[in-house]
Design a protein around this ligand. Sequence first.
Ligand code: GAP
Length: 434
Amino acid sequence: MDLKSIENIVSLCKRRGFIFQSSEIYGGLGSTWDYGSYGVEMKQKIKNFWWHDVVTSRENVVGMDAAILMHPKTWEASGHVSNFHDPLVDCKNCKARYRADHVDLTKPCEKCGKKDWTEPRQFNLMFKTTIGPVEDSGEVTYLRPETAQGIFVNFMNVQGTSRQKLPFGIAQLGKAFRNEITTGNFLFRTREFEQMELEFFIHPGENEKWLDYWCEERLNWFKKLGINPEKLRLRPHDKDELAHYSTACFDVEYEFPFGWSELEGIADRGTFDLDQHNKYSGKKQQYFDPQTNERIIPAVVESSAGVDRTFLTCLVDAYCEEEVRDKKRIVLKLDPKIAPITCAVLPLVKKDGLPEIAQKIVEDIRTKYSAFFDQGGSIGRRYRRQDEAGTPYGVTVDHQTTEDGTVTLRDRDTMDQVRISTDNILSELQSRIQ
Ligand code: GAP
């Protein structure tokens, strides 16, 4: 897949209602995107799959949902006020702005060809806002740049009420905001995005063991999501790449058309965050260890993935252009568990009672999976539309259905069709979807 394919994916997303440019009728807002009906369905399925795999299926992980706005001291304690910076440079000639670590300052500006850079200066990535109706006298705070701090400041509340013992995790899914200097590659780097984060609290000294454990778990999660394993890898951070809070970190990376890039960071945060909140709040952030009768500050291994980046990865990985009987077919080979629509139900014609039978089948399928009724256009066109939307299965109701109660079930990827009884549609779908 080449870089042009990202443009093809952007246009497919608009055509099929996955993603639209934000506030498009006003000319759009740079690098900000809205999820349409298919997009939000698929995004929700990705989040549900994460929540199930990381939270509900585990005895030692609980969830929470913190407010986006937090006390401003949170961000002083976390180090984001003083350390969450990117170096910024401007081209003095054409005023183009870049992250200094993303350009070679010994070379000319790629926009205007002149070499006249400003000195790099540090730029804080947090969005500032004011609490209260009067801007001048209001209290300055920030839109959270990571969901993690909502977990750390609630450590005592959640541990106390859930009565979890070390090692245990607290997970959260929600929006984060960063005033990125350079955005781009569609959903890859935006200023508003969602994170799926797990803070796993452990006995200090067990960091390496749990870092290894979560690296393996999380890489496997992306594989279970149906992503091609050959395009996934774990990459250790070099010392100079580490965030201010971490001592070791691995990225799960995917090979995008624009190169290997991060989907998720799995970091050893040590006791940094609880230590800092202990200090800044003056409230003890401790765990009573019933085995040793000691109070300790637990260490943390974090897994932090981007929802939107995962969504983009699923699209890029699934996008295929094929020749079928001398015609181009665009198909999204999404894993059935995240496809927006699991099964399309298509009456062959709009008469002879076929639409009514199809409607009844849609209702049955909807008791378990998402289903879509489509009677507009030729059957071939309807299949193509569903292929583009990534719908893995299609049921066609034809005249034989009225005679013997059977329908055809079509597989999106092989385009094979089998005839099955109407009564067996749900069980057949169930057996095909893991
Ligand atoms: N709490 C740790 C943390 O936030 P991070 O590596 O800065 O670590 C974690 O971010 C994940 O959040 C990234 O791997 C990425 O998937 C997602 N992410 C970060 N910045 C993003 C942006 N500007 N646009 C989209 N996703 C982003």
